[in-house]
Design a protein around this ligand. Structure first.
Ligand code: 4AD
Ligand code: MG
Length: 432
């Protein structure tokens, strides 16, 4: 007898098969028992009819606890009443692993309780749906960049450089030297772009931010493309095409997960229309001032209410262009005619999900960068290799970083970034 996974049920209608699964839930009467089964690929229903199976099979079915692991024997049938479309008519059950007093029950639990049981919470249907969307975004990312001629390059995680400012670093010892956990691979990706043309990275990054918001993780995954011989305008086109591709891929391949999460697919569809709107930082400040935000002044960074208001003024993700130089990192290209802004853009997601991309054209001039590195109080020696990129064949180049978890949170339509990563690292939480 063939052992199959639930997801492949449609290929086995009418066949008797074996399935390894866990009992997610159960209800029974005197004559029939329904087991909600999950095997990691999908959820479906197993039906045990008292009159059709040996008495001990029926009694065993009725006695199964939540999250007991079982090997089921049964016939796959169509089930038009369920969204999944198939069920199994059970004829035999073998218990593989007992489960007693499973802590997460179908009743409501508080967030702290669920976070303490994240290793088990991951088994629930909502979390399963979110992780499928995450997986699809990862798959589509590789497809997009591979199809468009990018080379995947892995920057180091242990590093001596601090591209995004020195305040949010995780310090560690590298033998007798001080080192940090990478907060961005960007500077290394610039070196890679000079070697391979168009490159992208995909890896973990770390920020010791004391922020406890629904958008901040301490450890998160970032996709960082970098393109040689490219200016900012073209980079913005790559960004919007990439994000629209992610949205379309999730719509195409995560239909079931989006339904579990009750995500509005018509709304998502709108986010695939190109181009995305663009607004300058200057105009964004004016827009906010005109709409009752008295706290904002030119030169301030936007907080989350500001970003949400700007996002709500448009139907798609929006680019905010050319922020003040004083609030952005040292490597950004200065504006050709203005001293106070740099050539950069943040992409703000709709529906209040905030910034999902930060990017810029990079400064190419050796003297300018050296000066900026000094002004930022950074150690010149540490950046000597980076300056070499401006010594030997410096070219216009641009790149960006997309935060994986913020993108998952947005496309899944969930409340908080902590549910977008299997084991979130948050302020004051490193368990489990
Ligand atoms: O805007 P950021 O800091 O940009 C960079 O690190 C650049 N070096 C990227 C580049 O140009 N290669 O971060 C990029 C993105 C943000 O837009 C956001 O989506 C995400 O990373 N991000 C976070 N996500 C979760 N938790 C945090 N604490 C995050 N900080 C940034
Ligand atoms: Mg940013």
């Amino acid at each position: 007898m063939e052992q199959i996974q639930i997801i492949d049920s449609k290929k086995h209608v009418g066949e008797t098969v074996k399935i390894g699964a866990w009992v997610a839930n159960k209800r029974s009467s005197g004559k029939i028992a329904f087991l909600q089964l999950r095997d990691g690929t999908a959820y479906f229903q197993g039906v045990v009819v008292k009159s059709e199976v040996p008495e001990e099979v029926f009694q065993l079915a009725k006695s199964l606890n939540q999250e007991t692991a079982v090997l089921i024997t049964g016939e796959i049938r169509e089930d038009s009443r369920s969204k999944f479309g198939y069920e199994v008519g059970i004829s035999g059950i073998e218990v593989v692993g007992e489960s007693t007093d499973y802590p997460i029950t179908p009743k409501e639990h508080g967030t702290d309780f669920l976070m303490d049981h994240r290793h088990l919470w991951l088994r629930s249907s909502r979390q399963h749906a979110v992780m499928q969307i995450r997986n699809e975004i990862i798959r589509a990312t590789y497809q997009f960049f591979n199809d468009n001629g990018y080379v995947k390059i892995d920057p180091p995680i242990l590093t001596g450089s601090a591209p995004e400012g020195t305040t949010e670093l995780f310090h560690t010892n590298y033998f007798d030297q001080e080192a940090y956990l990478s907060q961005s691979g960007q500077l290394y990706m610039e070196a890679a772009a000079m070697a391979f043309g168009k490159v992208f990275s995909f890896g973990p990054t770390f920020r010791a931010e004391k922020s406890k918001t629904r958008r901040h993780l301490i450890e998160f995954w970032m996709i960082e493309p970098e393109m040689a011989f490219m200016h900012q305008e073209e980079s913005l086109e790559v960004q919007e095409q990439y994000v629209a591709f992610l949205v379309q891929s999730v719509l195409d391949n995560c239909d079931y997960a989006l339904d579990v999460l009750e995500r509005d697919k018509e709304l998502l569809k709108k986010y695939t229309t190109l181009p995305f709107p663009r607004i300058s930082y200057d105009d964004a400040v004016e827009l906010l001032k005109k709409n009752g935000f008295e706290d904002i002044e030119w030169g301030d960074d936007f907080g989350s209410p500001h970003e949400t208001f700007i996002a709500n003024s448009f139907e798609q993700p929006v680019f905010i262009l050319n922020y003040p130089k004083a609030i952005k990192p040292f490597y950004m290209k200065p504006h050709p005619t203005r001293e106070d802004v740099v050539i950069c853009a943040d992409m703000i997601a709709p529906e209040g999900y905030g910034e999902i991309i930060g990017g810029s054209e990079r400064a190419t001039d050796f003297e300018y960068l050296l000066e900026e590195i000094r002004n930022c109080g950074l150690d010149e020696e540490e950046y000597s290799w980076y300056l070499d990129l401006r010594r030997y064949g410096s070219v216009p180049h641009a790149g960006f970083g997309l935060g994986l978890e913020r993108t998952v949170t947005w496309l899944a339509g969930i409340e908080h970034v902590r549910e977008s990563i299997p084991f979130p690292r948050l302020l004051n939480r490193i368990y489990p």
